[in-house]
Design a protein around this ligand. Structure first.
Ligand SMILES: Nc1ncnc2c1ncn2[C@@H]1O[C@H](COP(=O)(O)OP(=O)(O)OP(=O)(O)O)[C@@H](O)[C@H]1O
Ligand SMILES: [Mg+2]
Length: 460
């Protein structure tokens, strides 16, 4: 999509010159204005950036800037000021201008400033989009999120704090299921009683029963001592049955009995033990489907899922990526005694675009790893793990490496460029816009090169 820049200046010569750079050389779409009123009248067109002269005939640049910022806080505005107006320019920066350039404007500095500002704005818009209707009404210690769907999760959590309803938390691995379970316990009426975790997936099947219910001495070979199970330990508090989908059928029946009758026996024991526990369970599989496949008891499913909470995967709440990065930076800075407070734009973009199959846990581990590897006070692309670098856009870099294995002939640059263009046009079916994006050059440049190398698209 073409980015649109508004240029506002009352000096025709300057307006013409800057328009020439922005439009013809840098290939943005442009609208020009010679006064502030006209600009304000057209601002609903939603430009991606404004280049704004400080001295305009009708409105002062500072006032205009304030008005723009009131309408759209994040829209980047770069001020252009005559020499001698530096104080005003600085005031503009304080009011939220992205940057300022004294005239005559340094073209080589202006272009990257525009690119960066637009990139920033893009990212900001993505974050904003995800965070509309943001409410901070519901929040829990250590759980950070500004996403609308997570706010709904928090809202659900508040509803179960003061009762004992059985909660089932569903979500992909690493989405924060245990964190939510703990929030339910530690903010609820049982907070001063134990919170006990049992992970059905990590305990061998034959040991799980005694882990849950305990055993009497001599109950089975190796049971030298009586053991108190997790249900007994959790008495008065909460038991968190993690990965409940992995529990085998015979144990499922016993769990059902605890829920219904609030009692159980230790393995190899006759004594019936009464228990008062709240049950929270979690799973990353679709229990309903497991029921359909007869891997999970239907009656237990209904008992467990009287209050289901679904935690969305991180890729469905990308706004949280940025927020969580900051959270983990702060956390690990404390732990590692470091001062890494910044992630470069390029690295942030990659982190933002990555799909995070391991969700928040993967993000947390990634930030930790980056902070260990980084020798600067920021996180830049080179410390990112390979799977994050391997996005579509970067795929080409790897491929290029494979062309030049040992013994490969040396290819002249021009030839490489021509071949890269031909290949891109073939892959994109002659689509110039797509091809220029993939090749990372402007469209005009692509046309120029095609002419130079005498390359024709299938379309012309
Ligand atoms: N919203 C969040 N804010 C802060 N930290 C989070 C958030 N969500 C998850 N985490 C962190 O991510 C890690 C994984 O969370 P948690 O163990 O609760 O996920 P899980 O869904 O139980 O994962 P798994 O399926 O792998 O057991 C933890 O270190 C947790 O503190
Ligand atoms: Mg877990």
């Amino acid at each position: 999509m073409d980015k649109k820049i508004f240029i506002v200046d009352d000096e025709p010569a300057i307006l013409k010159l800057i328009t020439h750079w922005v439009k013809n050389e840098w290939e943005y779409s442009v609208r020009t204005f010679t006064n502030g009123t006209e600009l304000l009248e057209n601002i609903y067109e939603d430009p991606d950036l404004i280049l704004l002269d400080i001295m305009l005939p009708d409105l002062s640049g500072t006032d205009l800037l304030k008005q723009i910022k009131r309408m759209n806080k994040h829209l980047p505005v770069i001020m252009l000021s005559a020499q001698g107006n530096i104080d005003v320019a600085l005031e503009c920066i304080r009011e939220g201008a992205y940057d300022y350039f004294p005239k005559p404007v340094d073209k080589n500095r202006l272009h990257p400033a525009i690119q960066n500002a637009i990139k920033n704005y893009d990212l900001q818009r993505k974050v904003d989009e995800l965070n509309t209707d943001l409410q901070h009404e519901y929040s829990f210690d250590n759980i950070v999120s500004a996403d609308k769907k997570m706010q709904d999760v928090f809202k659900m959590v508040t509803k179960v704090l003061n009762n004992d309803i059985t909660v089932l938390i569903n979500g992909e691995s690493g989405t924060g299921k245990e964190l939510i379970a703990r929030a339910v316990h530690y903010n609820g009426t049982r907070k001063n009683e134990p919170f006990v975790v049992v992970n059905s997936a990590s305990i061998p099947r034959e040991l799980l029963e005694s882990e849950l219910f305990g055993h009497e001495r001599g109950a089975f070979t190796g049971a030298h001592q009586k053991k108190i199970g997790k249900f007994e330990l959790a008495n008065g508090g909460t038991i968190f049955l993690d990965e409940i989908g992995d529990m085998e059928m015979s144990l499922q029946a016993k769990i059902l009995r605890v829920i219904q009758q609030k009692e159980f026996e230790r393995v190899g024991g006759n004594e019936t033990i009464k228990t008062d526990v709240r049950i929270i369970s979690a799973t990353n599989v679709d229990l309903k489907e497991a029921v359909a496949n007869r891997d999970f008891r239907e009656d237990l499913y209904y008992r467990l899922s009287s209050f289901p909470i679904l935690i969305p995967p991180l890729r469905e709440r990308r706004g949280d990526i940025v927020i969580l990065i900051n959270h983990f930076l702060a956390e690990f800075n404390k732990k590692m005694n470091k001062g890494i407070n910044h992630v470069s734009k390029a690295a942030l973009k990659l982190l933002y675009d990555y799909d995070w199959p391991g969700n928040v846990r993967e993000l947390e581990n990634t930030i930790e790893r980056c902070m260990i590897l980084s020798e600067e006070d920021n996180i830049d692309v080179e410390v990112l793990p390979p799977q994050i670098l391997e996005t579509d856009e970067n795929a080409g870099y790897e491929a290029v490496g494979q062309l030049f294995t040992e013994g490969a002939p040396i290819v002249p640059f021009e030839k490489l460029k021509a071949e890269a263009i031909k290949h891109a046009l073939k892959v994109t079916n002659g689509n110039i816009v797509d091809a220029s994006k993939k090749l990372n050059v402007g469209r005009a440049t692509l046309y120029r090169l095609m002419e130079k190398y005498d390359i024709k698209t299938r379309r012309n």
